[in-house]
Design a protein. Structure first.
Lengths: 283, 280
């Protein structure tokens, strides 16, 4: 968000003075420069009302409901922070659900970013057919996740393809989705396959805007490729990486399809994430 | 990470190119396996060692999967919801993006930043009250419930505002001198010039609607109202053992978005650059 908001700041500050010169050269007070209220409302309301009704209202309701005891039948009662306290201390499952989600995020976000940066940089070198490769890597981002997850369930199943490949290398193959210890790593792996392409595109756009003379100068000074990566590429990509990290964090806390399709939250509750838990308990 | 090795001489470029081809093949493999399983006789799905081709190529799995569950209905629902949802997002986003780009009102910049910040609200916070709301107004298992709650986000406003700001004002001034109203200027001058950005928003929105799972699962989990991912899940519940049919259904379900992605990839990449989401 930081990179985009700084961009906004730049755009606004560069357009506003020009507007003032154009339209308000008479030096009137700011408030009289406003457009007609009815015009403003006519443009803002279609989107704004929908946003109020379908996002802001539920958001506030969520907050308010959380301070009440709200059974389907019977009295609603204000109970302060009791729901929160009970969730973390009395609910036998929620704490593990919280930890599982955290585990997923901590595993998935770095893996996603490393892949995204690595492959974006790799594709930016002298690879032929870069466009086709880029397409292949971001295709799973845009295909329905349910379908993606279903085929992975097939790949990971005992006596499936992964078993076979591991057997070729004489590696004993565990039951990935049936093991409390391996189900989550398998989910992280599948999610990385599916999701890193978006960040890769973001970083590719970032890479293209690094001025080539920087690299040429570094090469003349005798900087090795590895040094150039650490001293030029990575620092210049930092705004994109920051943005990618924030967005990936937000979306990965919402992980739902993968546990739903791959493991049904199991074995036990080992892959039950917050949204999956919410779905199971709320609906 | 093997970075920049391609720029060194000798074997480097060859190794790098080959490595990339292998990695890309690995990335495509799940899709290949989906198709391969979709074309196998059911008895051979779990054959060990696994084979890419079964003893026969069963094209008939596709019509069979299509008819096992009302897949045509799912496709129709998905298309209806995605098209109407996309049109709605385009209409409301064009208006509010114009307001934030060209109109002047109290605390415009601050309001815009707050609105942008709401992109960070995770779905799970609003989903339960939203469902209660749908229930209380009797919208569960209706098209409006599948469409409306997802149609008003800050993303479209943000994307289009960025683009509108880059359009020179001279065009509008010229139209205004010719006596055009604000409304005419927006739809006859600005919108045609913003076509690339609008195409990008349409593409992202359509794919978002088509692929969405959690919300349709909650408000449209019946054979009549299911969109494609939910229908695929119904399939999964009913015919969990018929993996060849399930993979045929999966293949059908990824085709529309896969085709859109392949044919319009230029716009996807452009969209990521326009929105500034790609840094500078």
């Amino acid at each position: 968000m930081a990179s985009s908001s700084s961009k906004d700041g730049r755009l606004c500050s560069s357009t506003l003075p020009a507007e003032r010169n154009n339209r308000h050269a008479k030096g009137k007070k700011a408030s009289s420069d406003y457009s007609k209220t009815s015009t403003v409302l006519a443009h803002l309301l279609p989107n704004g009302l929908g946003f109020l009704g379908f996002t802001l209202l539920p958001l506030l309701a969520s907050l308010v409901l959380s301070f009440f005891s709200w059974p389907v039948l019977g009295q609603h009662k204000f109970i302060g922070l009791d729901n929160y306290i009970r969730l973390f201390t009395k609910d036998p499952v929620f704490f593990s659900v919280f930890l599982n989600t955290f585990y997923f995020v901590v595993g998935y976000v770095p893996l996603n970013l490393i892949f995204a940066v690595g492959i974006a940089v790799w594709l930016n070198s002298n690879i032929r057919g870069g466009k086709i490769f880029r397409l292949i890597f971001f295709l799973p981002v845009f295909t329905p996740m349910v379908a993606n997850a279903l085929v992975w369930r097939l790949l990971l199943t005992p006596h499936g393809v992964l078993d076979y490949v591991l057997a070729l290398f004489h590696v004993p193959s565990p039951n990935w989705l049936g093991s409390e210890h391996l189900a989550m790593p398998a989910m992280i792996l599948m999610s990385t396959w599916q999701g890193f392409g978006y960040n890769m595109l973001v970083f590719s756009a970032g890479l293209r805007s690094i001025p080539p003379p920087l690299y040429e100068a570094a090469a003349i000074d005798g900087a090795k490729p590895w040094t150039r990566f650490w001293k030029i590429t990575l620092p210049m990509l930092t705004p994109s990486i920051f943005f990618g990290t924030v967005m990936t964090f937000i979306t990965s806390f919402q992980v739902f399809v993968q546990p739903y399709v791959l493991t049904a939250g199991g074995p036990g509750v080992s892959t039950t994430t917050v949204v999956y838990y919410l779905y199971n308990n709320g609906f | 990470m093997k970075i920049d090795h391609a720029s060194t001489r000798g074997l480097g470029p060859f190794v790098s190119q080959t490595g990339m081809i292998l990695l890309a093949a690995l990335w495509l493999f799940p899709f290949l396996w989906m198709l391969s399983t979709a074309l196998k006789p059911n008895a051979e799905v779990f054959q060990f060692p696994p084979r890419l081709f079964g003893s026969s190529v069963e094209w008939s799995n596709f019509p069979a999967a299509w008819n096992f569950v009302p897949f045509g209905r799912f496709m129709f629902n998905g298309l209806l919801v995605s098209v109407i949802g996309t049109l709605l997002v385009l209409f409301t986003s064009i208006l509010s993006a114009y307001a934030f780009a060209r109109l002047h009102f109290w605390r415009r910049e601050q309001l815009f930043l707050i609105y942008l910040g709401t992109l960070m609200i995770p779905q799970e916070v609003t989903v339960v009250p939203l469902f209660l709301l749908m229930k209380s107004i009797g919208w569960v298992n209706t098209y409006q419930a599948l469409i409306l709650p997802l149609a008003f986000t800050a993303f479209g406003t943000f994307l289009l505002r960025q683009f509108f700001l880059s359009i020179p004002r001279d065009f509008e001034e010229a139209a205004r001198i010719d006596g055009a109203t604000r409304w005419q200027i927006l739809w006859n001058v600005i919108v045609p010039m913003a076509k690339p950005a609008i195409a990008v928003l349409a593409l992202f929105t359509f794919i978002g609607y088509w692929n969405n799972f959690l919300w349709p699962l909650i408000v449209g989990n019946t054979r009549e109202m299911a969109t494609v991912p939910v229908g695929l899940n119904l399939f999964n519940g009913q015919h969990g053992t018929e993996w060849n049919y399930m993979m045929a259904a999966s293949t059908i379900s990824i085709l529309p978005t896969a085709i859109l992605t392949v044919t319009l990839q230029k716009y996807i990449i452009e969209g990521i650059s326009i929105s500034g989401f790609g840094g500078r």
